[in-house]
Design a protein around this ligand. Structure first.
Ligand code: NAD
Length: 347
């Protein structure tokens, strides 16, 4: 137990917020002081069962929560006032509207990838720029796709040097619990134009990298799939790439021996391994897809959109509060508390 537990509030207890709350609760140096919701629904009951005090955005709706048996601890402003750090996991573009509140209360806040870089003025990835986040008031954890891209590009760059990255994102249409989004029978170019927003977003973390991205949305909910091609400065080898993946605490390798060739099978594997919510916090890079020839590297990686950013939020909390100055140590602490053993160590 640490002398001081960082008090964390999660504003927006949805897909990302509920996972961040559980990840915070698992750490030895931080605790959940509250989570917030706008409407009473199943997630409110989960928060109550977990013992997280429930706050609401519009306090005039208190009666509608209490009527269904959800105890309300107060308003979102009350919750933020009591926190050291607020993790804003409200839907994209809503988070930015909360900035005046965090400024008024002089609180540290973390936004998610649905917000623009400018909201925080600093975009974060634990492996790439932890040190630059130390002591900051505002940080944005980049999106799931950008997180997955930054992790691997940065490692390849350190080992072989990156001349250019070309990445194609095949994106899930909606999260598994979302019933109002599609497509149900189409491949939607998102956008039709090139580049997609992912390339410029990678530059908010790795400004020196040359990258072009394309993206499309398909009717699946499980994970995103990336097809990545990197030209390197030094000749690249398959063994060298596998070695750097194995060294990294959040790069996973789907070995040939697993016999997996789809996102569905990865999720099934995660479920069978007993992972909470079948979450994959690590990139899932297909060993058999790694093609290395002279200065060209190609591979497929699957990214679990609901999970990879969760661990990054925990490290961002440590960096901003300055409780841990070393990024690698923070990553190790976060992973250990969550029992994360990268997927290649399970087969
Ligand atoms: P979500 O819709 O699942 O959850 C958002 C939650 O915030 C909901 O519970 C909603 O009731 C609540 N909420 C809405 N308005 C609020 C307000 N004013 N005050 C407090 N709570 C409010 O959204 P999500 O998928 O968790 O996304 C959150 C953020 O994370 C977005 O920026 C998104 O782009 C980003 N993100 C999402 C994913 C993903 O795959 N779901 C991946 C990476 C990043």
């Amino acid at each position: 137990m640490y002398d001081y537990m960082i008090k964390v509030a999660i504003n927006g207890y949805g897909t990302i917020g509920k996972r961040v709350a559980d990840a915070v609760a698992a750490q030895k140096d931080m605790k959940v002081i509250g989570v917030s919701k706008t409407r009473p629904n199943m997630e409110g009951f989960v928060a109550q069962q977990r013992g997280y005090p429930l706050y609401i955005a519009d306090i005039s709706k208190k009666a509608s929560f209490e009527k269904v048996g959800l105890k309300v601890a107060g308003s979102v402003e009350d919750m933020c006032q009591a926190a050291d750090v607020i993790v804003d996991a409200t839907p994209g573009d809503i988070g930015a509207t909360n900035k005046p509140l965090y400024e008024k209360l002089k609180k540290k806040a973390i936004w998610q990838g649905g917000e623009e870089h400018e909201v925080a003025g600093f975009s974060f990835n634990s492996s790439c720029n932890y040190k630059d986040a130390i002591g900051r008031q505002f940080v944005r954890v980049v999106s799931c796709n950008t997180t997955g891209l930054c992790r691997i590009i940065n490692e390849v760059d350190k080992e072989f040097g990156v001349t250019h990255v070309h990445a194609i994102m095949v994106r899930r249409g909606a999260d598994p619990g979302v019933i109002k989004k599609g497509p149900i029978d189409a491949t939607v170019l998102d956008p039709v134009t090139v580049p997609s927003h992912h390339g410029p977003d990678v530059l908010t973390v790795l400004p020196h990298v040359s990258i072009t991205t394309m993206a499309m949305i398909v009717p699946t909910t499980m994970m995103h799939m990336h097809a990545i091609q990197i030209t390197t400065k030094k000749p690249v080898t398959k063994e060298g790439v596998i070695a750097l993946i194995n060294r990294h605490p959040r790069l996973g390798l789907i070995k040939k021996s697993a016999g997996i060739k789809s996102t569905a099978e990865i999720k099934e594997f995660a479920m069978d391994l007993g992972r909470q919510r079948s979450d994959l916090f690590e990139n899932c890079i297909f060993e058999d897809s790694i093609y290395a020839n002279k200065n060209e590297l190609c591979f497929f990686q699957a990214i679990h959109q609901e999970a990879d950013v969760v661990v990054e939020n925990i490290d961002a909390i440590r960096a901003m509060t300055g409780i841990e100055k070393d990024g690698a140590t923070s990553v190790q602490m976060t992973n250990k508390a969550l029992g994360l053993v990268t997927i290649q160590n399970n087969h």
